[in-house]
Ligand binder design. Sequence first.
Ligand SMILES: C[C@H](O)[C@H](O)[C@H]1CNC2=NC(N)=NC(=O)C2=N1
Length: 97
Amino acid sequence: MADRLGATEREAALSELDGWEPVEGRDAIAKSFRFKTFNEAFGFMARVALRAEKLNHHPEWSNVYNRVDVTLSTHDAGGLTELDVKLAKSMDAYAKG
Ligand SMILES: C[C@H](O)[C@H](O)[C@H]1CNC2=NC(N)=NC(=O)C2=N1
């Protein structure tokens, strides 16, 4: 299992990511993705789902029409790890198309 990121690693990871914010009161990051249509949002979720299975690392997320709200944290480690950073980067890449 991946180790929780220390304060410096966490800071560095956040600065590499696009639009991800720390979650209040929890060692996690969150981002709201917006698409033009439900179809695009669901296509994004399908791609992320396959990536998540490959990484064995899964998002907390919800979808309403063209919006996908995501929170990432490593439950087994009780906080952020490099796996969250990896999945966040993939999500950013898939959202760009
Ligand atoms: C048993 C299984 O490998 C674990 O429960 C995996 C699955 N997906 C996971 N996803 C996330 N986000 N955090 C985890 O700790 C985690 N653990």
